[in-house]
Write a protein that binds this ligand. Structure first.
Ligand code: AKB
Length: 321
């Protein structure tokens, strides 16, 4: 169980929102030939050109085993998942992908004696009985969505594999992640990405959450930093494994709107809350991440206003109106 042994990495969900930005960073650190993209369905993605890739359905353990064997993998970043809103539409699929998929990855890690595994959790692991402000590292969970339930199960299972089988598995409770490369899909925090595209393209956005719904969020560069720093941390310093709270910023749609307005003064927002409001209302508003700060030096770089400036700057160049 040593960080120095990571030589060949498999990333499941490699072309998703987080995967598409984590993969280039991993390639910089480990070399492009040493990062294998596990993709569910083949797509035309720039990153596929210079890295090995393989089709992986995480519900099929044989495919994970074959990939580990073929590419001599020693570390897996397991990012493939069905998010909260999509999971409520098809809870059966969410169970299969999130629970069976994580179990399969952990089993392969145990059998093949992998060096390390990253299995992310989410703020969705908490529920309406959880203290919502400054949510502690250890507290009541009781999530009400299938996604949340699968994330708590994943945390518990991963911790079990650590203590029972010595599998070095680590994970973060990701807040809503804001990014400008690949769109998220099927999440409750997706509004915080969509809003930028609509503000730049159409100068108006209809938000599916209420104006005062505060949720924890994080800009992608901080998400990548947190992921890599946790995976790089000395194992002796970790008091937790698959379930670290990490925080960067908390805001409501109205807070975000006001910040965008400073740069796009004719932007308008309208509110039409839908089924995702109930999910958001069951999640924390802010997290206590003092354990992550103490154990492996976590500290975010981006504030709300810095994130908004950067998002608008990058997307304005990318979006042709
Ligand atoms: C979602 O909204 O489902 C995700 C998450 C918070 O895990 N972005």
């Amino acid at each position: 169980m040593s960080k120095n042994l990571t030589k060949k990495i498999l990333v499941t969900g490699a072309t998703g929102q987080i995967g598409s930005e984590l993969v280039p960073e991993l390639k910089k650190i480990y070399g492009k030939e040493n990062v294998v993209l596990g993709i569910h369905k083949r797509k035309n993605v720039d990153d596929l050109e210079d890295s090995p890739s393989t089709v992986i359905d995480v519900t099929n353990k044989n495919l994970i085993e074959d990939a580990v064997q073929e590419f001599d993998i020693d570390t897996i970043y397991h990012l493939a998942a069905i998010l909260s809103a999509a999971g409520e539409k098809d809870p059966w699929l969410a169970w299969k992908v999130n629970i069976d998929g994580t179990y399969n990855v952990l089993e392969v890690a145990r059998e093949k004696k992998l060096v390390k595994v990253f299995c992310p959790s989410s703020i969705a692991a908490f529920g309406p009985d959880t203290p919502r402000v400054n949510t502690p590292q250890i507290t009541v969970m009781n999530p009400k969505t299938m996604y949340g339930l699968s994330k708590v199960t994943g945390e518990l299972l991963a911790n079990y594999y650590f203590y029972k089988f010595n599998v070095d598995v680590r994970g973060l409770r990701y807040p809503g992640i804001i990014s400008n490369k690949t769109l998220p899909g099927g999440g409750t925090t997706d509004y915080a990405v969509e809003i930028f595209y609509e503000a730049i393209k159409n100068k108006k956005y209809v938000c599916f959450l209420k104006s005062d719904t505060v949720l924890p969020m994080m800009y992608m560069p901080d998400c990548i930093k947190a992921t890599l720093n946790l995976m790089d941390a000395e194992i002796q310093s970790l008091r937790y494994h698959s379930d670290y709270n990490v925080a960067a910023m908390s805001f409501s749609p109205d807070d975000l709107f006001k910040e965008i307005l400073k740069i796009i003064p004719d932007f308008k927002i309208y509110y039409n809350p839908d089924h995702r409001q109930k999910i958001a209302d069951s999640w924390p508003q802010s997290l206590d991440d003092s354990s992550a700060r103490k154990d492996w030096g976590w500290k975010p770089d981006f504030t709300l206003s810095e994130m908004v400036k950067d998002m608008i700057n990058v997307l304005s160049k990318k979006i042709t109106i």
